[in-house]
Design a protein around this ligand. Structure first.
Ligand SMILES: Cc1cc2nc3c(=O)[nH]c(=O)nc-3n(C[C@H](O)[C@H](O)[C@H](O)COP(=O)(O)O)c2cc1C
Length: 402
């Protein structure tokens, strides 16, 4: 039975938050400094991570005031799956944000009728995640031998993954001008002692973990060899660094191994690469710069999107990720040619702030924002959006690789 309002603690903070910015503030307060630092991330000078959000602010709307529509149609499909809003969860390999990790995220996505991208560097297994969200897409990097890649892919397929995401935009950039967080190799006694002061000043985070009786184990269960143990995050990273870099033939080969099932190439920023991806037989691409964690100085995906959508938008599904913080950002991306978007930090902050409910809260904020932007633009549906709905200032676009 719900508590009567006079019995509730008047000083307790309402776990619900109004915007993604508020979720970020809560995440900053709640998480140990190094865990929060790993979420904010961004490489080198942070030019790209900043541009990802700044670029959305340069785009404008031209709203109507009368003759508006009561309809707010936002259902669509992503990689053949019906979704109730044009937003899905982008794969992130972040450990230690919340003990329920990607399982909580996948549940939240399922509760809101959308798809889950699960990183191969995630803290929960594809079996656990696909069991709670039947629209799970498994993400792989080009790590290990061909035999190992096929083994990981087949494991994801057997677990029920409906699509494969291949992420290629990673150039092992290192160093951040604002300092990289220290992440231990393993959460053993030595690491716990070292990180204890950070945890102690974040009691809510510590309590969440204490309730489960576990510590963040920083292993990658989706990269476990048959009959072996899950490698540590850094063990897996080492394997990645020593794997020869993939060619376009390798992309076509991986796509072929996945058979007829949907396949997304994530990290495309240039028109010529988008065309090569089409030739390699992909179902979808995501215009993305890895959330500003890759080659610093790469422009925001929203700047590169129009040229790519014009070139290949009728051949493959064109998605976008990077910098989405509001429903209006989603509407801008769709108007400029994206079919849907993926979100990264927005849901990680929601997860840190309030677990599964926090991720649902973020998806609700985005869907509310999409609804009000559609209303203001006088549109019934996301499918009616066109570039004319957005004011694009001169010099905004970056037509790369034409
Ligand atoms: C902390 C962090 C970890 C990430 N890990 C992965 C990953 O394992 N695989 C992947 O494809 N992308 C990864 N990404 C990139 C996201 O999938 C996505 O492209 C990016 O977060 C989108 O930008 P946004 O955070 O501004 O929404 C990561 C991003 C962040 C911030």
């Amino acid at each position: 039975m719900a508590k009567p309002s006079w019995l509730k603690n008047p000083w307790a903070t309402d776990p619900w938050f109004e915007t993604v910015a508020v979720a970020q503030q809560r995440a900053r307060k709640r998480l140990p400094k190094s865990v929060y630092g790993a979420l904010v991330a961004g490489s080198e000078a942070g030019l790209t991570v900043d541009d990802n959000t700044a670029a959305f602010r340069e785009l404008g709307f031209a709203p109507h005031v009368a003759g508006l529509s009561d309809k707010r149609e936002m259902a669509t499909t992503i990689l053949g799956q019906d979704v109730s809003l044009p937003v899905m969860i982008s794969p992130t390999g972040v450990q230690a944000v919340h003990p329920d990790g990607e399982v909580a995220v996948a549940r939240a996505a399922a509760a809101r009728g959308t798809a889950m991208g699960l990183s191969s560097f995630a803290s929960k297994s594809v079996e656990e995640v696909a069991a709670v969200n039947d629209k799970t897409f498994f993400q792989m990097y080009w790590v290990g031998s061909r035999e190992v890649l096929v083994q990981r892919m087949e494991r994801a397929r057997a677990a029920g993954a409906k699509g494969l995401i291949m992420t290629l935009d990673w150039s092992f950039s290192n160093g951040r001008d604002w300092g990289s967080p220290a992440i231990p190799e393993r959460m053993n006694l030595e690491a716990m002692v070292k990180f204890a002061p950070e945890g102690i000043i974040r009691p809510k985070w510590l309590l969440e973990w204490a309730k489960t009786g576990a510590v963040p184990d920083l292993t990658t269960p989706n990269l476990t060899p048959p009959g072996g143990r899950a490698p540590t995050f850094f063990g897996a990273y080492g394997e990645w660094m020593t794997t020869p870099l993939p060619t376009w033939e390798d992309v076509a080969w991986l796509r072929e191994q996945w058979g007829d099932a949907p396949f997304m190439l994530k990290g495309v920023m240039r028109v010529d690469d988008a065309k090569r991806a089409v030739d390699a037989g992909v179902t979808a691409i995501s215009v993305s710069n890895h959330g500003g964690n890759n080659l610093d100085g790469t422009p925001a995906p929203i700047r590169a999107l129009p040229a790519i959508a014009e070139a290949v938008g009728t051949d493959v599904e064109v998605l976008l990720d990077g910098g989405i913080r509001r429903g209006s950002d989603v509407v801008k991306a769709i108007a400029l040619g994206a079919k849907a978007v993926l979100i990264g930090r927005a849901y990680l902050w929601g997860l840190a702030a309030n677990g599964q409910a926090g991720v649902e809260n973020v998806l609700d904020i985005l869907s509310g924002g999409i609804g009000s932007a559609l209303m203001g633009l006088g549109k019934n549906s996301i499918h009616e959006l066109t570039p004319d709905d957005v004011f694009v200032p001169d010099g905004f676009r970056r037509d790369l690789g034409i």
